[in-house]
Design a protein around this ligand. Sequence first.
Ligand code: SAH
Length: 210
Amino acid sequence: MTSPRTRERMVQRLRNGGIRNRAVLEAMRRTPRHLFVDEALASRAYEDSALPIGQGQTISQPYVVARMTEALFQAGPLDTVLEVGTGSGYQTAILAQLVRRVYSVERIDVLLKQARRRFSELQLRNIRLHHSDGGMGLPQYAPFDGILVTAAPLGIPKALLQQLEIGGRLVLPIGPRDEQALVRVIRTHGGYEREILERVSFVPLLGGVR
Ligand code: SAH
């Protein structure tokens, strides 16, 4: 149930669901999602559903990971990406295979430590993890070509807009639990362009660390 064949079926479902970006599909084919969930859930790792990862958090559904990553890359390759909400580290691992460097921020230390172990097992060496409130971004490493947020704020955090490179893209869910939209913001010379992609359901972006 955790075999490459099961993963191949997951990729086929993503294709059927409209995911077209080859590099994204390839990264998802290569990445053992079952290593990012508790052993007891490993047999369900390739279903298209979110799963609990402890601390009241969830690993995002494969389709949503694919869709967000594709939305981030639509206009071409990116060099540095900031992810807010490391969680299990699955989305981080996908990004790490597509860009030169990923910075990822998580507010819950226990999750961050587990993710760190997974990255070292998988020999993903271009990920920099930070234990902090991602709503503030990571000003010391800004600007970023892409920013991807995997927990939902009620509005777009200003700090994240400010830390976007000109031409850079921010993909994030916005809104309260049952009425969230996935939004993409592109920074232009003159300002920001915003487009709504689809309805989604994420855990809330919370302040503070623990
Ligand atoms: N990309 C993750 C999604 C995990 S759920 C995965 O696929 O596993 C969202 C994560 O965002 C949770 O781990 C939660 O703790 C984290 N989070 C919520 N608010 C945050 C904040 N302000 N700063 C950093 N991380 C935050």
